[in-house]
Ligand binder design. Sequence first.
Ligand code: PMP
Length: 416
Amino acid sequence: MSSSPTALWHPFADMFEVKSSSFCVTKAEGVWIYDDAGRRYLDGTASLWYANAGHGRTEIVEAAAAQMRELESYFVFNDYTNPPAEALATRLSELAPMPNPKVFLATGGGEAIDTAAKLARQYWAQRGQPQRTHILSRGNAYHGTNGMGTSIGGIEANQAGFGQLVPETGRVVHDDAESLREAIDRIGAEKIAAFFAEPVMGAGGLYPPEPGYLEAVAKICSEHGILFVADSVICGFGRVGTWFGVERWGLQPDMITFAKGVTSGYLPLGGVVVAEHVADPFWNEPGRVFRHGATYSGHPTVAAAALANLDILEREQLITRSDALEGPLHEALKQVADHPAVAEVRGGVGLLGAVELTAEQLQAGALPKLQKKIRELGVIVRPLGKALAVSPPLIVTEEEIGLIGKAFAEGLDSLV
Ligand code: PMP
């Protein structure tokens, strides 16, 4: 279970603790992962929300290897391009819910967020409204750990101790559309560039949207000319039953950030789907350059892996698989809803769920204890906020969902 320490500095980790006790994953297949002692665990979180197609897909491996033999990498700045990057952008553009969008590729979700936030400000500058710089987001939100993502995140602990973050950013209450309206009244719509929201709030503790909330905030944004950016880094590629998550609520955002499930994690990729009207000044008027981009944007091997992953998601109808499985997953978790250590069970929207512990249990430090106990029982779950979250690969079976529920029940019993 634990391996000897190395120089690896783990993200979001107390290295004082982790240096003497880490959990080494050496192999994975389907919905299962294996530790360095050869023990297998059900990957109840699809790694970090991303192994949508499941582990061990040789088809993706081969697509990446074939591309590497042909052209491992070349940049796409200026007029340079390559066939897989073009094919991926076209395919994502056709799958997206807005008509004729453009696709900016990045290497992960945080980079996608920085791209979208910078583009929002730059769009308004190009449109002759340079004072539209404010970016609103939600309390409890997680938008990655890059500069913009850290600044617009709503989990306060993730901002503490980093000095001054990006100015002209602000948070509204995460489940109350009126709070957005109030912020707009206070700041002035003419100063606001964009509003960012995750369709289902993920790392902040797994909160599905209140009925009507997303539709309401999208409408408020459109009434005030504020760009609505859906952060679908978690919710995309089948996690909530649709390609980009937002279609579930009938939304057509001005931008959609994506990552994770676009490659099922086989290689790192993120990006932004940009609605036609936002891309318009840059694409249809000369001399307007978006001076932004990362070295590995449009990386052909990564794009080839993404295309192979999209083939699998499409062919095996994994995008809509949560239609049949979100009910059973929610039911499996709800079986512990009355447990004395449990405050609330959330989910029922896609293959996402969470079990929140009571204040008393949280105070007693039960969350990490329960996570480790459930892992000992052979299931991977993840502490987020006050809850343990699950987001299994989309290939999970009902029987395997039953194993997740059973591990929660047994783990919780060990607490009281
Ligand atoms: N946005 C959301 C909603 C996320 O959940 C995450 C990562 N979990 C990010 C952005 C940042 O993505 P990355 O870690 O790839 O930078």
